[in-house]
Design a protein around this ligand. Sequence first.
Ligand SMILES: [Zn+2]
Length: 209
Amino acid sequence: MIDIKVFVEGPIDANNYLITDVNSNEAVLIDCSSVREEFIAAVKSTGVKLKYILLTHGHFDHVLGIDKFKEVFGVDTYISKADVTQVNLVPSMMHMFAGMNPVKISPVTHFVEDGDEFFIGKTRIVAISTPGHTKGGMCYLIDGKLFSGDTLFQGSVGRCDLTGGDLKSIVRSIKEKLFLLPDETEVYPGHGAKTSIGFEKKYNEILNL
Ligand SMILES: [Zn+2]
């Protein structure tokens, strides 16, 4: 059994999911988008053993907290190799989104590939490569629930007009990979409300063009 907590954090309100294997109390954080004291305190107060940070992609609004979390929790961050360049772009991306002071993020040195498995207790996490929003976009399947980053949103998909984005790829990733999951699969996106594979198959306007 898993417990899912969502923390909406960072400059563009990204969903950070803390998923805990209830039996072992081991946990994973999917994306880490701020260094806000209240966020860190809230994660601390859960008392979980944070084992990994798994990034869905390297955009600044999903990674800003990784250095601080390494310092506080001693936890390593994993990213797809193809998105390392995105992390390097963080300062310039922040500059582009006016009014933000650029923050430099240390290079990520742990990598995740399509099909890789991680464990929190006996709960298995499977990485699914879904290029399109960025080249190295990753989704994570945990206990039959999908953490979709900025690949699939409720009723929409991630924007494809930034560096490394490609609309054809994102549609292919969703239709040829994510839509193979059972309809009842709950989807927890990188922004906004949760949805399900069945709902998106029926109602997602971009995928039904
Ligand atoms: Zn993004």
